[in-house]
Design a protein around this ligand. Structure first.
Ligand SMILES: [Zn+2]
Ligand SMILES: [Zn+2]
Length: 173
């Protein structure tokens, strides 16, 4: 079976929050490692902030690879822990990114990527594949954090999130 990372990969994607006040673009560097850039997190902080069982995120370096294309008046950085910022829209609540303070990367929330790029809504099949790039953005062979918090029978075996291909971490060790 072809690995998810044998699929076509994007050079550029766009996304934004639910209300549309925050818009961003990601320009992937030539050597971007799609395989190891996606992760899921089941920590209680991600659960509470997304109101979901897990966060799916994708890491891009350097910081300039992720940029806001809109004004950022509704962007708020919440610090659930002293070493990281969780950027979200104060108007609609969408979590946009998680990033370490002073770090050189942005881990953006894949759920905020536009439908065109995520699953191919309105894709022409040329500039964006018909099925979009959700699979390469979200189901690589990377890290699954805080699996010690798995909910048995619900989140302990998520094939679509890349469980089985990635590396499971009980916490953030
Ligand atoms: Zn918003
Ligand atoms: Zn987390």
């Amino acid at each position: 079976m072809a690995s998810n990372t044998d699929l076509s990969t994007p050079k550029h994607i766009e996304g934004g929050c639910l209300c549309g006040a925050l818009r961003y673009a990601v320009d992937f560097p030539e050597d971007h490692d799609f395989k190891n850039a996606c992760s899921t997190c089941q920590c209680t902080q991600c659960r509470k902030q997304t109101s979901s069982f897990f966060l799916t995120s994708h890491v891009v370096k350097p910081l300039s690879a992720f940029r806001f294309t809109s004004q950022t008046t509704t962007l708020k950085d919440y610090e659930a822990s002293p070493n990281a910022q969780r950027g979200f829209c104060a108007n609609c609540g969408s979590l946009i990114y998680w990033k370490p303070k002073g770090g050189d990367y942005t881990s953006f929330a894949v759920g905020t990527v536009d439908a065109l790029y995520l699953w191919g809504e309105g894709a022409d099949g040329v500039t964006v594949p018909k099925e979009g790039w959700g699979r390469v953005l979200a189901a690589g062979e990377a890290n699954h954090w805080w699996t010690g918090n798995e909910i048995k029978g619900v989140t302990d075996n998520i094939p679509a999130a890349g469980y089985g291909r990635g590396k499971k971490w009980k916490g953030d060790e």
